[in-house]
Design a protein around this ligand. Structure first.
Ligand code: 4AD
Length: 457
């Protein structure tokens, strides 16, 4: 069906005075004796296009003004005196799909919680139009950032035989249904599809490191899966993960890259999605645009974990969870550091080795590792990052201390045997940065179909 995008009709002055065909869904309508107005949206822009039906010229088919109805409209593009834009004087209207009165989006504003019950319909609201356009622009910016800087985009496997983070949050992959015929786990897995235990990947890092040892700079951008029992506004069981891995980079280098990339993405959204950001500012986060401007114009803070712990203790604030050197920082601590102390994105560096993963480079102090998390106000952690342990013996020691099955990681350990180099990488949670950029406070509202504990459809 040949038609013009509503975005094009609304932005191309050369179309004024010409006849066009537009298609879309009715967002609102007003009907009176001599004239009717329809606000039509085709998803190409947040704005609706006004269709004017002069009843002395034509009559719209019955039901054309029902909310949610899909239409094909032919008419002349004319200036809209009220808003300096354009509207369409309709010559003919065809209903593509009728929409009955039980269409769920009858009210102008509905709570986000209510909309989560109808994921297949909520995408038709302004909020989700804006969220998903920003998401799409951000995905493009991420690819462009890495592609323009000689990174190779690699697709790491989603089904893996090893657990990258070692946190026991792996969804099992099996082709055997419930069965009580096996006497042990070993017997069961031996009979299973891969002949051994397999799961959905929590991170593409280990395979990303393999690729970085050949292509130097790589990135992955795909889904990761975590069976963590965290019913919070920041966790989903299936999230999109951006994971660059850079050979010959130390911790300070990868921190620079992460900051540069975040600023690049935000600048791109500010340039390409001003209408969407204005919408988020008005509806969801007052001061959003000023916040984003501050992010791109200022440097991020870099604070040692030990200093952060001292600052938390010195603050005198009563936290629910204890603050003590050696303990992991909880969300409340992270939020205090980034929202109250620094009021901007903060890299916390050099965490105690016992609370971090086996693959992180061990610092000379013997107590900490060259790792960093990037925390941002309002969301908390958006990036987990580290320099990797490149020394064969030290890596093996760290794995043994954690009682890991060395055999399962043989390929990974080989990287330290054959031409090992210093290298670093990070994982950015795509939904988390979308939350930060849009001001949406629940991760369920920035992904098409959120998968969370006890909920899937
Ligand atoms: O800090 P994480 O666990 O780091 C890794 O997976 C490393 N292997 C990454 C690397 O160095 N290549 O996870 C990285 C990021 C987190 O900072 C967070 O933004 C996101 O992934 N993330 C989640 N996002 C949504 N829901 C969840 N359940 C998430 N778990 C992690």
């Amino acid at each position: 069906m040949k038609h013009t995008d509503i975005k094009e009709v609304m932005s191309n002055a050369a179309l004024v005075g010409t006849n066009v065909v537009v298609c879309g869904w009715v967002r609102t309508a007003r009907d009176s004796k001599n004239i009717a107005f329809i606000e039509l949206n085709d998803g190409t822009t947040l704005k609706h296009l006004q269709i004017v039906i002069d009843k002395s010229v034509m009559n719209a088919p019955a039901g054309a003004t029902n909310l949610g109805t899909s239409l094909r409209v032919e008419g002349e593009v004319v200036p809209n005196m009220k808003n300096d834009g354009v509207e369409i004087n309709a010559r003919s209207i065809d209903i593509l799909g009728a929409c009955p009165a039980d269409y769920p989006l009858q009210k102008k504003f509905q709570k986000l919680e209510t909309l989560r019950e109808i994921p297949h319909i909520r995408v038709r609201t302004n909020t989700f139009n804006a969220v998903f356009r920003v998401r799409s622009v951000m995905a493009d910016a991420i690819h462009r950032y890495f592609q323009d800087r000689n990174y190779v985009y690699v697709n790491t496997p989603l089904i893996t035989g090893s657990d990258c983070e070692g946190a026991g949050e792996v969804f099992k992959v099996t082709s055997i249904g419930y069965s009580d015929q096996y006497k042990s786990e070993q017997e069961y897995y031996a009979d299973d599809f891969f002949g051994k235990k397999a799961g959905l990947s929590v991170s593409g890092q280990l395979e990303g490191e393999v690729a970085a040892m050949a292509f130097g700079k790589i990135y992955t951008f795909g889904p990761s899966f975590r069976a963590e029992n965290s019913n919070t506004p920041r966790h989903v069981a299936e999230f999109w993960h951006v994971e660059p891995e850079v050979a010959f980079a130390e911790l300070s280098d990868i921190i620079e890259i992460a900051e540069d990339m975040i600023k690049y993405i935000i600048r791109d959204v500010m340039e390409k999605c001003p209408a969407e950001l204005k919408f988020f500012e008005e509806r969801f986060e007052k001061g959003l645009i000023e916040k984003l401007t501050g992010v791109v114009e200022n440097s991020f803070a870099v604070v040692d974990y030990t200093t952060a712990v001292e600052q938390l203790i010195a603050s005198g604030k009563k936290f629910e969870y204890p603050v003590e050197w050696g303990l992991d920082l909880q969300t409340e601590h992270e939020r205090y550091i980034t929202e109250e102390i620094y009021k901007k994105p903060v890299f916390i560096t050099n965490y105690p080795k016992d609370i971090k993963s086996f693959y992180m480079k061990q610092n000379p102090d013997g107590k900490t590792v060259a790792a960093t998390d990037l925390l941002v106000p309002g969301v908390g952690e958006i990036i987990g990052c580290s320099e990797r342990e490149a020394d064969y013996d030290k890596l093996l020691d760290a794995m043994k201390q954690r009682n890991m099955n060395i055999e399962e990681y043989k390929d990974y350990i080989d990287l330290r045997k054959y031409g090992s180099v210093p290298h670093s990488g990070f994982g950015l949670g795509f939904e988390r940065i979308i939350m930060y950029v849009t001001g949406m406070s629940n991760i369920r509202d920035v992904i098409l179909y959120p998968r969370t504990v006890g909920s899937i459809r």
